[in-house]
Design a protein around this ligand. Structure first.
Ligand SMILES: Nc1ncnc2c1ncn2[C@@H]1O[C@H](COP(=O)(O)OP(=O)(O)OP(=O)(O)O)[C@@H](O)[C@H]1O
Ligand SMILES: [Mg+2]
Length: 249
């Protein structure tokens, strides 16, 4: 077996990396659908704390998840090892970790980048996308903490377009349910009243798997020489105003 490796990274702290990691892990492993391993390379250890609480709640062997930690440089080796006997490996990375996240990106099949829908957060995402482009790694932006009923403002949409990256259709709302459940070793799947949040996670989990499947098929086509169209994703353009001086008279 060679499982799919997803790395969750975003230089900006607090974007929702760990929350998204915990939820995707549970979404994919529910009812034994897939074997899922989570690998935490963040020394902060939040994902491990979440899992420990989960084990206390459900029983040590009842989470259905494999958990490992690794140093940033050990991530590649550990992820490859886990991918040998799991369908999915999910790597949670620390914020502000350009150098430290690199091995986790090198080994990934898809980079998942949670981002809050504000221009500042989107612009702060640029270094992460640039790293992915350097690694020729496909990246998917996932909008997280999207305010209820708010239509995305023009400035947010502009900032998104400037990033020149794939954006998941599924979004996670700004819901207390996410914060509350993770703080308790749970997920939004646990309580009936968190149904809307649970549906958002299910949609995201489905969409990511569909994309991973499509990417794997494209890769096979390239390997078989059917298509030579795979090119690295283009690097995101410079921040607004960064090049203003160059051509200005
Ligand atoms: N969709 C959401 N709705 C409401 N709160 C959220 C949501 N996603 C994350 N949060 C909250 O935002 C905070 C940051 O989330 P989280 O720890 O997952 O981010 P992170 O990117 O892993 O942070 P770090 O960079 O420190 O590792 C937490 O308090 C979490 O409960
Ligand atoms: Mg985190």
């Amino acid at each position: 077996m060679t499982g799919i490796i997803f790395t969750i990274a975003q230089q900006k702290g607090g974007a929702g990396k760990t929350t998204v990691a915990a939820h995707l892990a549970v979404a994919w492993s529910r009812r034994g659908e897939r074997s899922v391993a989570i690998l935490d390379i963040d020394p902060q250890g939040s994902l491990g704390e979440w899992l420990e609480m989960r084990e206390r709640r459900l029983g040590e062997d009842a989470t259905g998840l494999t958990f490992r930690t690794a140093s940033s440089w050990g991530a590649r080796r550990e992820a490859q090892r886990l991918a040998r006997d799991h369908d999915v490996v999910l790597i949670d990375t620390p914020a502000n970790a350009e150098r430290d996240a690199r091995p986790a990106m090198e080994v990934a099949d898809l980079l998942i980048v949670p981002v809050q829908p504000t221009p500042l957060d989107l612009w702060a995402t640029r270094p992460t996308l640039e790293m992915a482009a350097r690694e020729r790694l496909a990246a998917l932006l996932v909008l997280n903490r999207v305010p209820a009923r708010a239509r995305l403002t023009e400035s947010v949409l502009d900032a998104m377009r400037e990033l020149n990256a794939d954006i998941a259709e599924a979004r996670l709302g700004n819901r207390v349910a996410f914060a509350e459940s993770v703080g308790d070793g749970g997920t939004v799947f646990d309580k009936a009243r968190h149904k809307a949040a649970a549906e958002e996670v299910r949609a995201l989990a489905r969409e990511i798997m569909d994309r991973a499947g499509a990417a794997a098929r494209a890769e096979t086509r390239v390997q078989k020489g059917i298509s030579s169209s795979k090119s690295p994703p283009p690097p995101p353009p410079p921040p607004p105003g960064a090049s203003a001086g160059a051509g200005a008279s």
